[in-house]
Design a protein around this ligand. Sequence first.
Ligand code: SAH
Length: 229
Amino acid sequence: MVTLNTMIKNPRIQGIGMTSRRTRERMIDRLRVQGIRDCKILETLRNTPRHIFVDDALASRAYEDTALPIGYNQTISQPYIVARMTELLLETKPNMDKVLEIGTGCGYQTAILAQLVGYVYSVERIMPLQKKAKQHLYDLRIRKVDYLHSDGGWGWPEHAPYDGILVSAAPEEVPELLLEQLAPGGVMIIPVGGSRSQELHRITYTKEGFQVEVLEPVSFVPFLSGGVS
Ligand code: SAH
């Protein structure tokens, strides 16, 4: 497998000191201890430089298992949650052609997904964040992504149905329009709940209808309606 890190010979992307490969290796060891098993996903996280997705001042903390601010009151998700959501998404259907992501943010989860599925359609409501994400993925030469500036509650009907839908912000209830854009056999991973208590849900569109699994407690920024330019 040609990996991002060996492919791009830019020192900022390769990382040094606290952003180096060794620091990343420790993050992967931690993810294993936390229960992430999928080798392809671990390999993808190992080779994706998380430090380029945060401001330079925070780069030395990029491989800690914490969410970090990315501006506009939003955060980059912690590595564990990115790995876990990706694992849950691909567990039953490892070869997905089309995935819809809601909440591009700085594009870290997008970058991970784009290396593991056929194509990612990513929706973000805050325009300056979407611009940053585009730049980061361009720098990493990740091309299999289309971006939409919109309220993700509408999904992206033009490209539906999707094999997978991954939502990175928590609505109080699962948006109906997103369910409608799931392909038969498709899987949605979504945090559900208000600011006090949220749980990760996996919803599978089976022949019998939508099967809902309520998994672990999580803490996401709220799913907000409307767009911000
Ligand atoms: N996936 C990101 C996490 C970003 S935080 C990562 O890899 O770190 C969640 C993002 O969801 C924020 O950028 C926020 O603006 C966005 N968001 C919240 N509600 C949304 C909505 N209704 N439509 C689209 N994006 C939304």
